[in-house]
Design a protein around this ligand. Sequence first.
Ligand SMILES: [Zn+2]
Length: 319
Amino acid sequence: MYYLGVNFGRTVITVGVVDENGEIIIKGSVPTLKYRGIEDIVKDIATLCIRVVNNAKLNIDKDIVSIGIAITGIPDKKDGTIVYSSYFDYHTVQVKSILKQYINLPIYIENDANCYGLAESRWGAAKGFKNSVTVNIGQGVGAGIIVDGKIYNGAFSGAGELGHHVIVVDGEPCHCGRRGCWECYASEDALIRDAKILSIKYPKSEIFKMVNGDFRVMSYNTPFEAAKMGDKYAVELINKYIKYMAVGVINIANILQPDVIVIGGKVMEQGEYFLDSLKNEVEKHHYGDHLSNTLRAPEIKLSQIGYDAIIMGAAMLRE
Ligand SMILES: [Zn+2]
């Protein structure tokens, strides 16, 4: 039997057919076009689900057990609604009831970072650990808290919004309405923003030359690559970025002390270059760091699955 995992992303919706071992057999995507009404978006999700199943030469009624939808924000898992999404500006919008008009299968809904964490815990970098936190660095910062192999949802399914814990009082404005949230400093968008500012300030820098003064082509990896080439401005920027990242990771370690903290997203491409510096910062500053024999910092690992973990985790959602 197979399961459908839907990643209802900020810019792209991806659907995957997933088997019982978490293998994605086939997947397909459509643009989210977030300015549209939810009815149109969910209709596209239904059409994509049917298309992907057909492409896999499967029968949606006979071969598919359930559909899991990973969303940005806080779901009501019972009602199948999105209770709140600051990015989409959703306040209780229907998803399950609309999708049911097109496909009659059990439908589950969950936060996307929770799905990511679930898949890493079952098949990825947190496999074999009881308690883990997976942090997904994307346009924002999401996190999935896994306790005893299960998603920790909190009282009203809003737990794990670690991207919105404040690390700088009166800092950068966040789309959630507060200032200084972790995602304003640790997300891809945050690093790209700071890299653009830096290159405007220092037009002789390597990072400016790398984009030929065209800031639109500045990517998340650009400042990392400039730093590796020895650009002192980029090195400073990356060091600061890793410090911000470490503050959030240390807070997670101090509050929850999971066995392992997994970091996913584009940053995985930077491998040891990123991971070693982050580990170094965390080991130096987590609570009890001087008791290195008895109170270790949680293990910190890069995600092994990557972005597909959201689809895989969504596909394995159950009651
Ligand atoms: Zn925020």
